[in-house]
Design a protein around this ligand. Structure first.
Ligand code: CA
Length: 231
């Protein structure tokens, strides 16, 4: 359930500090000490966020960032660059290459965590740990509760995860395979039809509160959560 972070850093002390910081804040951590190792880790399992050092032994972190942005599977993967480079030009290069944020060494663990949360809020609110509100819905990841107009709704775990993800990206249409990757984790071999089953269950869970219409089928494309009714 907790978000997974890939820490790409070759300096053992900093790798340890960043990993420890993430773990104590409830994130799952994997580590890589080179671009090649990071690519392997990402290939085997897509993380929810990458903390990426600028200077790595084999290639520059910025090269990896550009590669990630050029590929469909990793285009929107949140990335925070971690670096000793602090001049404005470097910052601009990093952000231009598609970094979501930029943390300059030395940094405090608290700063790193607050920046991670900010990136999650912006890019993947389902991992921010904060309640998501959309239309009549409130989803509280910490308490694992869903409410419609303030009234609690009974919901299963898979449906909760699906709703949390959709509510983090309202109005956006996701295909079944995108939902499988994002909600169940990629490389998880579940049939796409399973998504339809959970969508049906989600609507059923929301029906007593009259909110089932928010979970919408977009013909030929997939599903979305929306308060609009134009499709
Ligand atoms: Ca380094």
């Amino acid at each position: 359930m907790s978000a997974s972070i890939l820490v790409v850093e070759d300096e053992p002390a900093i790798q340890e500090l960043v990993s420890y910081t993430c773990t104590t804040h409830g994130y799952q951590v994997r580590r890589a000490d080179s671009v090649a190792a990071a690519q392997d880790a990402i290939r085997s399992e897509l993380p929810d966020l990458v903390i990426l050092d600028w200077m790595l032994p084999d290639r520059g972190g910025i090269d990896l960032l550009r590669d990630l942005r050029a590929q469909e599977r990793t285009r929107t993967l949140p990335v925070i660059m971690l670096t000793a480079k602090s001049t404005e030009t470097d910052r601009v290069v990093g952000l231009d290459a598609g970094a979501d944020d930029y943390v300059v060494k030395p940094f405090s663990p608290r700063e790193l965590v607050s920046r991670m949360r900010a990136v999650f809020r912006r890019r993947a609110p389902q991992h921010s740990g904060e309640a998501i509100a959309y239309g009549p819905l409130t989803i509280d990841p910490a308490r694992h509760e869903v409410a419609v107009d303030g009234k609690p709704v009974k919901i299963g775990l898979a449906e909760f995860k699906l709703l949390k993800f959709l509510a983090g990206h309202p109005d956006r249409v996701f295909s079944r395979s995108q939902l499988l990757d994002s909600v169940w984790g990629d490389h998880v071999f579940i049939e796409e039809r399973t998504v339809d089953v959970h969508v049906l269950r989600l609507r059923k869970a929301l029906a007593p509160a009259g909110a089932q219409h928010l979970v919408q089928t977009v013909r030929g494309l997939g599903y979305r959560l929306s308060i609009r009714s134009d499709s």
